[in-house]
Design a protein around this ligand. Structure first.
Ligand code: SF4
Ligand code: SF4
Length: 148
């Protein structure tokens, strides 16, 4: 696997070369705060450039895009991490700790289980009922991402 080459095939992936390791992205990253710096987007990008390596920590990103907003060089940090996940799945498959989320997605259309109990709570808070959707299940079936 040539990570840099695979990332460079995407227009956002090319922005990996813009990064000069200033760390602004990591300074505002909620995942970095919650994991006491175990997760570090600056380090992930640096590792991709220098070593061309993918580690499991890329799955700790919440896709909030704060890093991308803060980056002074307009490096597409969050998009790059999403692209890295795509490359990861292509070469290594979905990690075990992600599979339950994909099962939920196939079952109800959400990564978290939404059932009677959750809807009762929502009703108490005057929130509308969430209905299951089968559309995502169809996509997962077609793309081979459905886990039973
Ligand atoms: S991605 Fe942007 S904010 Fe993060 S280290 Fe690189 S240049 Fe700095
Ligand atoms: S998108 Fe990911 S890497 Fe960027 S700030 Fe949010 S959690 Fe951190």
């Amino acid at each position: 696997m040539d990570l840099r080459k695979e990332l460079a095939e995407d227009v956002d992936g090319k922005t990996l070369n813009y990064c000069f390791s200033c760390g602004m992205c990591t300074g505002g990253c909620p995942s970095a705060m919650m994991t006491e710096s175990e997760y570090n987007p600056r380090r992930i990008l640096h590792r991709a450039v220098i070593e061309g390596k993918l580690e499991d920590d890329i799955w700790l990103c919440t896709n909030c895009y704060l890093c991308q907003e803060r980056c002074p060089t307009k490096t597409k940090v969050a998009d790059l991490i999403s692209l890295m996940r795509r490359v990861y799945v292509k070469h290594k498959s979905i990690p075990d700790f992600i599979k339950p989320l994909v099962v939920n997605l196939g079952a109800c259309g959400f990564t978290q289980h939404i059932g009677e109990l959750e809807n009762k709570r929502r009703k108490r808070m005057n929130l509308p009922e969430i209905k299951h959707t089968s559309e995502i299940r169809k996509i997962l079936k077609k793309t081979g991402g459905l886990y039973e």
